[in-house]
Design a protein around this ligand. Sequence first.
Ligand SMILES: [Zn+2]
Length: 433
Amino acid sequence: MRNLQINELAALLKEFVIGGRFLKQTPKLSRDEMLAWQFVRIQKLVAYAWQHIPFYCEHYGKVDFEPDDLKSWDAFHQLPLVTKDDVINHFPDQMLRTGYNLDDLIVSRSSGSSGKVLDICYDSEAMVIYSLAGLRLYQMGFKYRPWHNQLYVYTSPYPMDSVFGLYPMHHVSTLTEIPQIAAAIERIRPELLVCYPSHLKQIEPALSERAKSRLKSVSVNSEMSTQAERDYLSERLGCPVLDEYSSEELTRIAAQCSCGNYHIFEDINYIECVNDSNTTDNEPEIIVGTNLHNYAMPMIRYVQNDLGTLIEKDCACGWKFRHLVNLQGRKNDSFLMPSGKEISSGFLLDATYEILLTWRDAVVDFCLIQRAFDQIVLQVIPDAGWTASIEAKIIERFGQFFETGVGFRIDIVEECEKTKSGKRNPIIRRFDV
Ligand SMILES: [Zn+2]
């Protein structure tokens, strides 16, 4: 991801100074007011995508849809869905506005959960909105001030490390060893910590009371954690531990307020929960989202592949945004080491993501499988750039992640294994305990 340029940072600063007025007002809108606001944005976005993005023109052409047909929510809900494979297979030429230069955009790369590289592009205007939404998200946990330090443990850095010195942000890679992450917290003494819940569980016992006393809030993301786990960690750390639900494709989707409810960020995405034929009443449904700000690479009725239920109810925090309940995220497996130590799926995804990004022309697809406590296999479908030296480097790198005595090898395959239920999953554990 490229860093924000001076003019983009200046736009962000201006918004911070005037208080991100739009984002502060929208949580107070009534349901009807919000729907009306969203519908106007969606009409504009769909018309734009149909006119300027080759994929959408073709996708909607298949059902004879034209933007003038979009006169009601019903008509919008009839539009064909967009899947992760659609996005990967049509990137970049068919997914970006014709004539857009990739270098002008902010590109966020991830492995997603399909095992393939997923690139999502935003323009700087959208990036400013997402940054403001991030600021609002962290303010749900505490009074986040411009001089407070944030430390975030994540795959890649934000496209800035501060806004002209305000809101300083320190990044540590998720692949960093726990004692080094704890050392960074002791050194920086952040007020705000943003990390995976599996990391937080391991970091907490390694922290001094001094570092804990400085922390004012922790925001966890990317992996499923239970309320009981977060309550326990909150008690140990002496500050709120709130969960956030977001994705590279849709950015901010929902976050927990101080009352513990997950509010949809209605001014960032229009979220639907779509019934799939296998679900019955009262079961969570598939989360589908339309990002209301991304014109560089529109995400319209994008299938997020997680499950949840949307409800409308009052919240003591005063926000009118709908609540997301029964959230069930991607079911990737964690690995178990002989000592009993668990390696989270988030960490494993980041480790494999590193391979994909370092050698982009070497790997078509992969699957990391733990067959027994002491046996891990990386299945690789090689691409043109695959060499023995890359293989040796991957074996050396993965050797650092697993305990001594755990065998690791690479199998070259034509097709990767699937889960028991026949699903594609880049991280699979074949045994139960
Ligand atoms: Zn609330």
